[in-house]
Design a protein around this ligand. Structure first.
Ligand code: ADP
Length: 165
C-alpha cells in the first residue's frame, strides 16, 4: 500500500464552480495529494480552453496545499497508469448523477482493475450547481457570484465581452 495516496479528480471544469472546490477540499482531507485533471476533448465544445481552465483552477486553489492541476487528452486510466495512481475522485450532487458515475467507474475498473473510484457528496449548499447552469445564467446576464469562485466571475465576464465582439 502506498503510504501517501495520490488521488485524481477528473472533469471538464468548464468553468470550475464552488461545487468542484468543495469536492477538492473534501478529498484533500482524506488523500495526501490530489491532481485535478482537466479533460481536453477535441470534439466537446467548451467555453474556456483547457489551458485557460488550468490557470483558472490554479488561481482558485492558491490557498490549498498538496493539489496540482494537469491537462490530459486521453483516457483517465492512462493518466493514472502514467503517474502510478489508483484512486479516482468524483462528485455526487444528486441521485441523478449516480447512474452515470456508476457506469463510468465500472468502465474504468474494467480498463484498469487496480482502480478505485471514490464518490464524494457535495455540501447541500452546492448540490444545484453545475458548470452548464452557470454558463446559462451568465449568458443571460444573471448573477453567478454565489456559484463560482472569484477568479471565475471575472474570467466569465471578460469571455462574454470578447465573444460579443
Ligand atoms: P464532467 O464533464 O466529467 O462531468 P464536470 O466538470 O461537470 O465534468 O464534473 C466533474 C465532476 O465533479 C463530476 O463527478 C461531477 O459530478 C462533479 N460535480 C460537478 N458539479 C458538482 C457540484 N456542484 N457538487 C459536487 N460535485 C460536482
Amino acid at each position: 500500500m502506498p503510504h501517501k495516496l495520490v488521488a485524481v479528480y477528473p472533469g471538464s471544469f468548464d468553468p470550475p464552480t464552488l461545487g468542484h472546490i468543495d469536492i477538492i477540499e473534501r478529498a484533500l482531507k482524506v488523500f495526501g495529494e490530489l491532481v485535478v485533471l482537466i479533460a481536453e476533448s477535441p470534439t466537446k465544445k467548451s467555453l474556456f480552453t483547457a489551458q485557460e481552465r488550468k490557470v483558472l483552477l490554479q488561481n482558485c486553489l492558491k490557498k490549498l496545499q498538496n493539489v496540482k492541476v494537469d491537462i490530459h487528452g486521453g483516457l483517465t486510466v492512462d493518466y493514472l497508469k502514467k503517474i502510478k495512481g489508483h484512486v479516482i475522485i468524483r462528485g455526487l450532487r444528486a441521485v441523478s448523477d449516480f447512474e452515470n458515475e456508476l457506469q463510468m467507474a465500472t468502465m474504468n475498473r474494467k480498463l484498469y482493475p487496480e482502480i478505485e473510484t471514490f464518490a464524494v457528496m457535495t455540501s447541500e449548499k452546492y448540490h444545484y450547481i453545475s458548470s452548464h447552469t452557470v454558463k446559462e445564467v451568465a449568458i443571460h446576464g444573471g448573477d453567478i457570484s454565489e456559484l463560482v469562485p472569484e477568479p471565475v466571475i471575472k474570467a466569465i465576464k471578460s469571455k462574454m465581452k470578447s465573444q460579443e465582439k
